[in-house]
Write a protein that binds this ligand. Structure first.
Ligand code: BJW
Ligand code: ZN
Length: 243
């Protein structure tokens, strides 16, 4: 593992433009359960069965039970050394540094990262698909479901299966990827599209891909450097070596 960390430090040391992509594994050491693997079930339902617009239309109360449970849990957690190391890395000697996250928990922002693109939304915003109302809301628990003034049920402002990513968000991602010298992919299973395609796109545009994960993923064969380890242990070593 140390050899590959040294390689990652050397590559990042020469980079001008860095794009980081994070997933649930980065928040795992803060106590936020990941989606897949042994933690990925809630009342025997998979995330795919709850995080979709059909489930919400059929049973908004059920979907809100899941979100209330997760909002309560996410309110009680703090950034871990992986979030903190990524925030420090942003102040490194780079021309540009963009952090793309699939996480909706807001922990990168709490850790001090500034250039963040949240591709799957944020659990602390709720919105109305009927009238377009959107608000920041940290109340826990919310009614199941909460209702908009227009009478429609409010939903979390997150991206569910079968829904498109926000156009402005995608534009920001597509502006960052082709410029990347290095694409650092941390704690994601790389199975959910289109997010899983971002590292492949960056690699095809010339980026060196570094992956940090506890286990191999579908991206691993394409990664130039693969570091198997805990994000909370590996990222501080990388940040210390680069800064
Ligand atoms: C650690 C660690 C530690 C643990 N240290 N590492 C192309 C091909 C195939 C399918 C599709 C495709 N295009 C679209 C699709 C359909 C679908 C999809 O991708 N399905 C696949 C599952 C097959 N995609 C969509 O529907 C997307 N929309 C879309 O494409 O729109 C256009 C379209 C519409 C209709 C039809 C076709 C196209 C939207 C996807 C939205 C995903 N939303 C969720 C929920 C967000 C809200 C919420 O949280 O409530 O996003 S699902 C869930 O998965 C969440 C995550 O962001 C996302 C990714 O998960 P992540 O972060 O990778 O977590 P895990 O748990 O999977 O992995 C954790 C990793 O960490 C593991 O590898 C561990 O080893 C590691 N780890 N501890 C380091 N300490
Ligand atoms: Zn409304």
């Amino acid at each position: 593992m140390l050899g590959n960390i040294d390689k990652a430090i050397e590559i990042l040391g020469k980079a001008r433009s860095v794009v980081v992509m994070t997933g649930a594994g980065v928040s795992a050491e803060s106590g936020v359960p990941t989606f897949r693997g042994k933690d990925g079930l809630w009342k025997t339902y998979r995330a795919e069965e709850i995080a979709n617009p059909q489930a919400f239309a059929a049973n908004p109360a059920f979907v809100w039970q899941w979100y209330n449970m997760r909002r309560k849990m996410m309110k009680s957690v703090s950034p871990n050394p992986a979030h903190e190391a990524l925030a420090r890395l942003e102040s490194g000697p780079f021309k540009s540094f963009t952090l793309i996250t699939q996480n909706i928990d807001g922990l990168h922002s709490l850790a001090g990262s500034r250039s963040i693109i949240e591709v799957h939304g944020n659990i602390w915003r709720i919105r109305c698909d009927s009238c377009g109302h959107i608000e920041h809301n940290e109340t826990v628990p919310l009614p199941e479901p909460p209702y908009c003034d227009c009478g429609a049920p409010l939903r979390p402002d997150v991206v569910w299966f079968g829904e498109s990513l926000d156009n402005e968000v995608l534009s920001a991602v597509m502006a960052a990827l082709p410029r990347a010298d290095v694409m650092l992919v941390v704690g994601t299973s790389s199975v959910v599209y289109p997010a899983a395609s971002f590292a492949i796109f960056a690699k095809q545009a010339g980026a060196t891909v570094i992956e940090v994960n506890l286990a191999p993923t579908p991206l691993t064969p394409q990664a130039d450097v693969s570091i198997m380890g805990k994000a909370g242990e590996v990222m501080p070593l990388i940040a210390r070596g680069v800064l």
